[in-house]
Design a protein around this ligand. Structure first.
Ligand code: NAD
Length: 345
């Protein structure tokens, strides 16, 4: 039997476990898995560039489990009432190749992306960071704030979107958190005084959502919207000025903010990969003034970690439905018996 986790199952799991506890456990799972970086078989995701966006498959495996996620990115989708990013995925037992879990991953992508940003902020943002800025208050935005509450004592959240409706929704959802919410009328106003900034816009093309002149010493930037070829959000000057961490060079070199660097510049400006912060092989922030950047495109290991957590919690709380997706046969060679004798019609 394969465990199926739907959106309402996930809602039940989070209601039972608590959102902050879920984030804290996910941060632990991410740290565990990133610290085992070398035991994973890693490949850049497979991307189909389609007329309105991108469709990707993201596999990864170690000696126990294989996981993959199907995910898209369609920047114009919201105009027709569709999400920009939707996803589902599987967690598979390596020994038999049988899927243990099939799960919704649209929500899980929002949660794991935010937790990974928060993990980077944990190593890169100033310890006393308390003002968080978000540019682009779309589907990913609230998750980013909630995840950061697990790693820093956030007091103030400044936010901006070119879509007033998205700003209203963000305010309404986040009011319940008790955080000091500051609606801004521009990206520049948002950035002013922020310790940590997440940039999460979705437009294709090379944009300077965050202009270099606004980036002040001591800031930490999580860039999540520059995540596919031809799609960036920062000034190249900022990339060159910051201490840059990425997830996985073979993938990020084509997808991240660093896609505009030459191979020589990459070795000059990229400080390391996230796993090297987790294992202490590289230093994170070493001074108050440093500008740090996590150039995130989303990597398969983050999906592996959250699927591992969901499988674990679904067993603990007995949530989800076991469905016969895989045949159970007394004679494994007698596959045709599943047709119940209707094979001659
Ligand atoms: N790195 C990762 O792991 C990861 C994971 C998920 C999504 N993403 C990326 O994050 C981005 C946001 O995803 P989403 O699901 O929130 O998309 P979304 O479409 O729901 O939200 C994007 C928001 O950005 C706003 N926006 C666009 N241009 C802007 C500008 N110039 N200034 C301010 N706001 C602007 C839009 O109005 C919209 O509200 C996408 O590019 C997506 O591909 C990355």
């Amino acid at each position: 039997m394969t465990k199926i986790i739907t959106i309402s199952d996930l809602e039940k799991i989070i209601a039972q476990h608590g959102m902050q506890a879920f984030y804290l456990d996910l941060l632990t799972f991410l740290k565990e898995d990133f610290s085992r970086w070398k035991s994973f078989h890693k490949i850049p995701r497979v991307a189909a560039h389609v007329p309105n966006g991108i469709i990707e498959l993201m596999p990864i495996w170690d000696d126990r489990y294989f996981s993959y996620k199907y995910v898209n990115g369609h920047p114009n989708n919201t105009a027709s009432g569709h999400l920009t990013v939707v996803a589902f995925g599987a967690f598979v037992d390596i020994k038999t190749g049988y899927p243990l879990l099939l799960s919704e991953m649209t929500l899980l992508t929002g949660i794991r992306t935010a937790a990974t940003s928060a993990l980077a902020s944990h190593y890169l943002a100033r310890k006393e960071a308390e003002t968080f800025g978000i540019i682009g208050t779309g589907a990913q935005s609230e998750f980013q704030v909630l995840a950061h509450q697990a790693v820093r004592k956030i007091k103030t959240v400044k936010y901006f979107d070119i879509d007033p409706h998205a700003m209203k929704r963000f305010k309404k959802t986040m009011e319940k958190t008790g955080l000091d919410l500051v609606a801004c009328s521009s990206a520049e106003e948002t950035v002013k005084g922020c310790d940590i900034i997440t940039v999460a816009t979705a437009a294709a093309g090379h944009h300077e959502i965050l202009q270099d002149a606004w980036v002040k010493p001591g800031m930490h930037i999580n860039d999540i919207g520059g995540d596919s070829p031809g799609k960036t959000e920062l000034s190249l000057d900022t990339v060159k000025r910051a201490k840059v961490f990425i997830e996985f060079l073979p993938q990020t070199q084509f997808e991240g903010e660093i896609q505009r660097l030459t191979p020589e510049e990459r070795s000059q400006y990229i400080h390391g990969e996230l796993w090297e912060l987790v294992t202490n092989e590289k230093n994170g922030r070493t001074s108050h003034e440093e500008i740090t950047l996590f150039d995130s495109v989303g990597f398969a290991l983050e999906d592996y970690s959250i699927l591992r957590l969901v499988l674990n919690l679904s067993k603990r709380y007995q949530i989800g439905t076991n469905l016969p997706l895989i045949p159970e046969l007394t004679d494994p060679k007698n596959l045709i018996s599943l047709l119940g004798g209707h094979h001659t019609g």
